[in-house]
Design a protein around this ligand. Sequence first.
Ligand SMILES: [Fe+2]
Length: 149
Amino acid sequence: MRENTYKVIELVGTSNATIEEAVKNALSRAEQSVRNMRWFEIKQIRGEMEDNSVTYWQAVLKVGFDIEEAPKEKIPPKAANKERLAQPSAAKEQKVSGKYRCKVCGYIYDPEKGDPDNGVAPGTAFEDLPDDWKCPECGVNKEQFEAIK
Ligand SMILES: [Fe+2]
């Protein structure tokens, strides 16, 4: 018997055609950034009407996915990061003190706040987070984060 532990994210899919399309649209979009999706549950169904007919569907889904083992490779060492930042052009592209957003669940890592619940002190730059740090909301690793302005 499987004894998997799942992480759950919430999605809202939409369609002009059917509720089923709304579900499929949400899942196929999520597939681009979430791996190992295993099941979903429809929490809410909504629609919009015009002239007494339905013109728009919305489905609120919960999607469960397997938690992955953290990959051992990649993420450049901090020394390499600092070297890159020493070059003026690279420093412009990547602000050390910037916020980062989880592409899976939308959680925003704010270096000013850190992640005290998980032992990350306020003032810790995203680049200085430990390689095994995980999104506190959905559990994905740092590679699933993108810098935001
Ligand atoms: Fe997340």
